[in-house]
Ligand binder design. Sequence first.
Ligand code: AMP
Length: 367
Amino acid sequence: MTASGTVKLKPGDTIGILGGGQLGRMLAMAAARLGLKCQVFSPDPDSPAFDVVLNATCAEYADVEALELFANDVDVITYEFENVPAATAMVLAARRPVLPAQKILETTQDRLIEKDFIKRLGIGTADYADVSSVETLQSAIARIGLPAVIKTRRFGYDGKGQAIIREGDDPAQIWEELGTKSAILEAFVPFEREISVIAARSADGEVQCYDVTENEHRDHILKFSRVPAAISDALAADARAVAAKIANALDYVGVLAVELFVVAGNGGPHVLVNEIAPRVHNSGHWTLDGASISQFEQHIRAIAGWPLGKPIRHGQVTMTNLIGDDILTYEQWLTVPGATVHLYGKGAPRPGRKMGHVTEVAPAKRK
Ligand code: AMP
């Protein structure tokens, strides 16, 4: 820490990472390249991130003693997932700087609070309503119309905790199946494409956005990311400006991802924000091989108090996720000219489990 309270790490210092999945693993690998050490905290003894660090804490997120020991061992703390329990973040933040800051988790862990925040910034989102009962669901449907998407306010990811409601569906049954008391109803967005912006912001307010990524999902899980997105330069600039505005409003330090819908409109296509991920993101994995500085390195630089990189993209990039049994094709991928294969070292390939990814970089097309 400097006298002004901002973090300034030196090579050899240690970053604590909460969460031991592939994102934590790739963060730790990027930190190692910059001469920084990482200690990973995860309750799962099979955490893929444990394989790449010397020091690991395998304990529950509610284990205060383990959290305190972990905090004592590190110089700054970050996380690879947004559902860090508030009590965990509080214990840690009392001992070491937590970046991105704890208050950002409060905004991004709850879809209603997040949507209200985006709306207050004057940024477009799908029309939405707070839903806490069958009655409020019915009045939300009357206002927003159908089709619509109902989402639990908390703990939703990869399409979990959400359902589409169509004309003729029984709202009471859908509400019962969702099994929650707090949700939001969103207008169904007839999007042309889905895009995301990976942005990094440093403690002194510099923002660096990567080129806009176009994302294709299968069964609600990201399957392909392609860069650059097939959108106009003006729309790409709008999307990057939205991400920068969000990062600045959150006084964010680190990498964040903003997922957006591209929607046709009378005045031409425009963007609506779907959600914010306060962390490195699957749609930014292409930056490992497709840009001079990866999203993981940018995050490490930002939380270390080091200058952000000015990433240059190497060409047209496609990232393919290896999900579930896709991992069985890894040997074929290893023989594809120009392909770079990343395997996360996970155990059994369960359906929907992200096991690895492949990046292919082609020379940029001349304009
Ligand atoms: P989410 O968990 O909010 O990121 O949603 C997962 C996926 O569901 C998105 O990437 C979209 O493909 C789809 N989706 C979510 N919200 C909407 C919406 N309001 N309208 C249309 N599709 C949606």
